[in-house]
Ligand binder design. Structure first.
Ligand SMILES: CCCCCCCCCCCCCC(=O)SCCNC(=O)CCNC(=O)[C@H](O)C(C)(C)COP(=O)(O)OP(=O)(O)OC[C@H]1O[C@@H](n2cnc3c(N)ncnc32)[C@H](O)[C@@H]1OP(=O)(O)O
Length: 177
């Protein structure tokens, strides 16, 4: 279902169909939304974002990360931004890149440790990040100071660094929302 939704996001973004097709698609989508409505559940029970066994955790908001290496200290993986993430001139939208970094660094910050939350995320845009190209993502835990975990990440198109990020993730205290 989530994979089909991802595909739909990319198709909708890239299409300029005739008006009758727009009407047909809108009706079909409204019907699908109505089909799911009776199955609305609380956050804990929803599928989206909770499928750690699937690339992308089964949510369609951020681009799928395909993991090559993952431990408590570092991540190596691949990310492809579909056309859904287009900003302009075939470049990834500037807001989608922090999304991807927050997903990777945020999960790494809590790997093998208690949960942490993003306090800040600083992103440098070094070059255009292309749409529909498999990119390499690298991330690591730089240092831990008490509750503070400092992580860095980088995104590469081949040999070219397109963006890098530095984030602070603060360990949550027991009971902290
Ligand atoms: C796979 C299936 C399972 C599901 C998995 C889900 C995975 C999800 C994956 C994706 C997940 C993605 C993750 C997400 O997207 S998390 C969502 C986005 N983030 C938030 O909403 C965070 C909102 N903010 C807060 O909750 C609090 O402010 C936090 C918890 C961050 C800290 O408030 P708290 O009251 O707890 O702590 P403190 O204020 O005593 O500060 C403690 C220390 O930190 C230092 N400090 C704090 N802020 C900053 C700052 N901005 N710059 C520099 N320093 C800062 C501060 O000076 C102090 O240092 P020191 O004086 O001790 O030296």
């Amino acid at each position: 279902m989530i994979e089909a939704l991802r595909s739909l996001q990319a198709r909708v973004t890239g299409a300029a169909p005739p008006p009758e097709t727009v009407t047909d698609v809108a009706e079909a989508l409204e019907k699908l939304a109505a089909t799911l409505e009776p199955f609305t559940v609380g956050e804990r029970d929803q599928i989206a974002g909770h499928r750690g066994d699937l690339p992308g955790r089964g949510q369609a908001m951020s681009p799928v990360l395909h993991v090559d290496e993952w431990d408590g200290a570092h991540v190596l993986g691949r990310i492809t931004f579909s056309r859904f993430y287009l900003g302009g001139n075939w470049a990834v939208h500037g807001g989608a890149i922090p999304l991807a970094f927050d997903e990777v660094l945020g999960r790494l910050a809590s790997t093998g440790r208690t949960a942490a939350r993003t306090a800040y995320l600083h992103v440098n845009y070094r070059k255009i990040t292309p749409i529909e190209v498999e990119l390499r993502v690298e991330a690591k835990v730089d240092r831990v100071e008490g509750r503070k975990r400092f992580l860095t990440g980088a995104l590469y198109d081949g040999e070219h660094l397109t963006a890098d990020a530095e984030g602070l993730f603060v360990e949550l205290r027991p009971g902290q929302p």
